[in-house]
Ligand binder design. Structure first.
Ligand code: NAP
Length: 284
């Protein structure tokens, strides 16, 4: 039976199992310093982005939150229209996670994160269970609207299913034509866990690949747009990172063309388990 694709709302958001919805497209801010994160967030909001993906790890929750707050004030946009995600850096104890969530909220100058993720499964089953409980409780307290995981492999998702705990709404993993993680995608789709693609551009490492170049020329679209359109058409959330104002705009121009079935099939055939950053989906 084919796995269900996420349901889209009329304004381009994906419905999550907890009743909330998430813009399918957003800005990633990994490896941006304060000024870059501030400027890129503002440029992205100007270009129509409604979703920013930061993390405790990136040390830029503060400039992202500040840019969003100031932009909303200046443009008269309700703050609730902009979706902000952050992630927990360390998996140690329930108390540590609860405290770190509060520190992140303070840094980002928000009362609640739209989405908050365990950044990785590192730590082993007992620690994962305690950290997840901290996220569930913070959600009950209203500090987090939706909760999810990142870099969880098939066995980590299966562990949560076996524990009969509340399942994450999202699993953010390394996903692009050169890294397709079919087993993780399958278990998530079967359990209504939306896939969020980090590194959706393969961090620009395969821009010269002949298939990518060919499809880019055939479509008259730039290479980045071909990568991103592939992710969108698979029903993944995509969060490309750029500090370049022109690329921030071009990376968002994705909704006026489509890859056809042959093009999708060719891109689907490029998987080479390309690790572009870290790979922790198999940790104990
Ligand atoms: N959960 C996790 O463990 C995890 C891990 C990594 C990333 N992430 C999240 O996912 C986001 C995206 O992933 P990523 O930043 O690793 O990689 P990415 O978005 O795949 O690629 C970013 C790289 O591509 C370049 N680039 C962007 N648009 C381009 C274009 N149109 N043409 C040519 N080059 C372009 C950027 O350079 P310029 O900035 O100079 O444009 C940067 O070097 C991150 O920012 C972060 O929010 C999460």
């Amino acid at each position: 039976m084919p796995a269900p694709t996420p349901v889209k709302t009329s304004d381009g958001r994906l419905k999550m199992r907890d009743g909330n919805s998430i813009p399918q497209f957003g800005l990633g801010v990994y490896e941006m310093n304060d000024q870059e994160a501030y400027d890129s967030t503002r440029a992205a909001l100007d270009a129509g982005y409604k979703h920013v993906d930061t993390a405790e790890w990136y040390e830029n929750e503060e400039p992202c939150g500040r840019a969003i707050n100031e932009w909303c004030k200046e443009t008269g946009t309700p703050r609730s229209e902009i979706f902000l995600t952050s992630k927990l850096m360390h998996n140690k104890t329930y108390e540590q996670a609860s405290a770190d969530i509060r520190k992140s909220l303070k840094r980002a100058q928000v009362d609640t994160f739209d989405l908050y993720l365990m950044h990785s499964p590192i730590g082993g089953p007992e620690i994962r269970k305690n950290i997840w409980r901290a996220l569930v409780d913070a959600k009950k307290e209203g500090l987090l609207k939706s909760i999810g995981v990142s870099n969880f492999g098939k066995k980590h998702i299966q562990e949560m299913i076996d524990q009969k705990v509340e399942l994450p709404v999202v699993n953010q993993i390394d996903l692009h034509p050169f890294m397709r993680h079919p087993e993780i995608v399958e278990i998530c789709e079967q359990n209504d866990i939306i896939l969020e693609a980090w590194g959706p551009l393969a961090r620009a490492m395969r821009f010269n690949h002949p298939s990518i170049q060919k499809i880019s020329k055939a479509k008259g679209r730039d290479v980045g747009q071909i990568f991103l359109r592939w992710g969108l058409q698979h029903g993944f959330i995509i969060i490309p990172k750029s500090v370049n104002p022109k690329r921030i705009v071009s990376n968002s121009q994705l909704f006026d063309f489509e890859l056809d079935a042959d093009e999708m099939k060719e891109l689907d055939g490029l998987d080479e388990y390309l690790v572009t950053d870290w790979d922790v989906v198999d940790v104990e």
